[in-house]
Design a protein around this ligand. Structure first.
Ligand code: PMV
Length: 365
């Protein structure tokens, strides 16, 4: 797959200012991507649920470029100028000029907002980078009038998202996505994610993911640094083999709707991710005492009630609670009584699997 295209240069008569807007969700990995090589290529395949509430809403306003800077852009987050983010996005756009030479012809103003509270301890790179990549694919369509078939459009958006943030590649599809080559999964690729909702049991389309905000603090070690530390981790090769085996088993369980196997693998993956952090050189710890207290309560609830409530973790202390819709009433009341006391300011975000990104009207707030 090579998207390099020197022909995508805008005819100056068509350089008319305009806007493009996309809302793109975050996703939560079940088998984790942790360790990469080359240009954001994964050391193992991963699978995720696409979320619905936790999302980024991005508008790109474009006009002819004014200066001879290679990439000319301004970046606003929640209405405030953010020069540090502008610099990151400038670098990202500069890295894409072989694919989209027209990025050098335009001035960009990027306005972005997250649906989840700022500094809720929720990683926003997957939603933010996929929203940006989707805007770029729409720009291509607008200027070059090349109507890509919807699956080709999303595949390209996933490829571009990946170059911004690996996990963002999985955010472009509804409900369930797989990113990375796996021998059991036809058409899987390291270059982009593929849609996977049709391959799994219907149950997952209405699955819940309630996120307990154990701490709102920014994490002490970034994901980028964490991926890099896998280079020197003595367990790395076995980890990649383990992820491969687990994805094979999880694939079977999700197709069959076998929630017990699904939950056992998902929880094992969450703990493995953090074990890899603890076995890096230097080791580090991103879970908090209340993360562990919440895990123990979830496990007791499951034992006492028999309900299939499971947890996973991202690279941080906040616990994601995964469960099917038919036990939502019982789980919500358990969360309110037993788990919110463990959350910072009692906050949790009620999220669930979602239908994926949508292009929005630029005239509506
Ligand atoms: O997309 P990145 O580079 O921020 O890496 C994210 C890695 C995890 O969120 C920890 C796991 C995953 O697969 O999403």
């Amino acid at each position: 797959m090579d998207y390099t295209n020197s022909k995508l240069v805008i005819d100056s008569s068509k350089l008319i200012p305009g806007k493009i807007r996309w809302r793109s969700p975050s996703n939560i990995a079940l088998v984790k991507y942790w360790g990469k090589y080359g240009q954001q290529l994964p050391k193992n395949a991963s699978i995720s649920l696409t979320l619905s509430q936790a999302a980024t809403d991005t508008t790109i306003s474009y006009s002819p470029k004014q200066t001879d800077k290679e990439i000319e852009l301004e970046f606003y987050f929640a209405g405030e100028a953010k020069p540090a983010f502008a610099e990151k996005v400038e670098k990202y756009f500069a890295s894409l000029t072989n694919i989209y030479p027209f990025l050098k012809q335009l001035h960009f103003r990027i306005d972005t907002n997250n649906s989840f509270p700022h500094s809720a301890g929720i990683a926003s790179s997957a939603s933010a980078m996929s929203a940006l990549a989707l805007c770029l694919c729409s720009l291509e369509q607008r200027f070059f009038d090349e109507r890509l078939a919807p699956n080709t459009f999303l595949q390209k958006a996933s490829y571009l998202s990946r170059l911004g943030s690996g996990s963002a590649a999985r955010s472009v599809y509804p409900f369930v996505s797989v990113w990375g080559e796996h021998s059991d999964i036809a058409l899987s690729s390291n270059l982009y994610a593929i849609p996977f909702a049709d391959a799994v049991h219907e149950n997952f389309k209405t699955f819940h993911d309630d996120i307990l905000i154990i701490s709102k603090a920014e994490k002490s070690v970034s994901s980028r640094a964490g991926h890099n530390l896998m280079e020197g981790n003595l367990y790395a090769d076995n980890r990649y083999r383990q992820a491969n085996l687990r994805l094979g088993r999880l694939n079977d369980a999700m197709r069959a709707g076998d929630l017990e196997t699904f939950g056992n693998i998902t929880e094992a993956e969450a703990l493995t991710l953090h074990a890899l952090m603890m076995t890096s050189e230097p080791p580090y710890l991103l879970v908090e005492p209340n993360t562990i207290a919440a895990i123990q309560k979830v496990q007791s609830f499951r034992k006492d009630t028999g309900h299939p409530l499971y947890f996973t973790l991202d690279a941080g202390p906040n616990l994601h609670l995964l469960y099917p819709n038919n036990i939502a009433t019982e789980v919500k009341s358990f969360i309110r009584s037993e788990l919110t006391p463990l959350c910072q300011d009692g906050v949790y975000i009620a999220d669930r699997c979602g239908a994926g990104p949508e292009e929005l009207d630029t005239n509506i707030d």
